[in-house]
Design a protein around this ligand. Sequence first.
Ligand code: PNS
Length: 164
Amino acid sequence: MLRGIYPGSFDPVTFGHVDVITRSAGKVDELIVGVLNNKAKSPLFSAEERVRMLEEITKEMPNVRIFPFEGLLVDFARKMKADLVIRGLRAITDFEYELQMAQTNHKLEPELETVFLTTSLEYSYLSSSTVKEVAAFGGDISRFVPEIVADRIAEKMKKKESVD
Ligand code: PNS
């Protein structure tokens, strides 16, 4: 039984993330998507909201489960009895940070391996922060995120407008 963890902030989840989830779910027996609940940051969506959207998006993927986590990824991976951490690599600019993270995690937990999937070409430019920026200025994000995410972002932006 090979269990993988795909950790991230997913604020919000993009088609690039969905691509990595779909492809890695085909390579492991069970895929756990770990949603970081980072109390030091103020995300657009709460961890609960991100978990709910990911649950909706992956509802047809029987071997995918979504969990929030706090603290160190290695501790979460140990708790979940995961064998692998899976991360997507979009471009060389991702590499330095990803290498540092993988090597740190390997020092902390030598049994835990990190594997990288190269993001599909059509999503290699995509990031959660650019999606938020386009949405904040009223741009069309339907090519970047699943429909339910686009709808939720539109609701958030409307709420923000009425407060400002
Ligand atoms: O989607 P992101 O923001 O690139 O994901 C980053 C994430 C959540 C994988 C990373 O920040 C993480 O694992 N955070 C948990 C804290 C931790 O374990 N840090 C030590 C590794 S350097």
